[in-house]
Design a binder for this molecule. Structure first.
Ligand SMILES: [Zn+2]
Length: 198
């Protein structure tokens, strides 16, 4: 029977995406054996994240400043806005340096199954950003999943009538493909060949 401290840490780690109780326990044991090195580094990194990182009030990105580095960067094309489901998608697109505009993070996707409704996502704030003007293209960069495409369709409808071009990623994206998992070549192709929403 492990100590309460180990149980608590194992339980916390096992809630991380991709980690179950077994791998969490292995990670805990691994860290305990390296308590002077890897464990110290992890504690410091977690503390730094907790203290330094904030959510951008404009786009929903996670950064050390609010507004984030992307929103504050004057070299970015303010007229072009790329809408993504999650911060991880923003980072995937930005790592590939394919898009020189700004972003808007929805914080998820519409899902009847999981009970995610439009008001649970940052859709009203997206509309406000577009209505404020200065934006002439909105790129819908949802995942090529059923829920992602449902979300893109819903947003395209909400944006209808506003004086903007609405485009979406070309679906050289594999069906069911999640942006975060794509290689940069595939992502590059998808964003270069983006097409108007019908
Ligand atoms: Zn931002």
């Amino acid at each position: 029977m492990a100590s309460q401290e180990i149980e608590t840490l194992t339980a916390a780690l096992s809630r991380l995406p991709g980690l179950g109780p077994r791998s969490a326990r292995r990670a805990v044991l691994w860290l305990i054996k390296r308590r002077e090195t890897s464990l110290v580094q992890l504690v410091d990194a977690l503390a730094a994240v907790r203290e330094a990182l904030v959510e951008c009030g404009t786009c929903g990105n996670i950064d050390t400043t609010n507004p984030c580095g992307i929103c504050a960067d004057p070299r970015r094309d303010a007229g072009s806005l790329c809408v993504v489901e999650e911060v991880a998608d923003l980072w995937a697109l930005d790592r590939a340096r394919l898009f020189n505009g700004r972003y808007h993070v929805l914080g998820g996707r519409l899902s009847a199954l999981d009970g995610v409704r439009p008001e649970d996502l940052a859709i009203d704030s997206l509309l406000r950003r577009v209505e404020e003007g200065g934006i002439d293209e909105v790129v819908l960069a949802m995942n090529a999943t059923l829920e992602g495409q449902t979300t893109a369709h819903y947003i395209a409808e909400r944006l209808e009538g506003l004086p903007i071009r609405i485009t979406q990623l070309a679906h050289g994206l594999p069906v069911g493909g999640e942006l975060d998992y794509l290689d940069e070549g595939t992502l590059a192709q998808a964003i270069r060949a983006r097409r108007p929403v019908a």
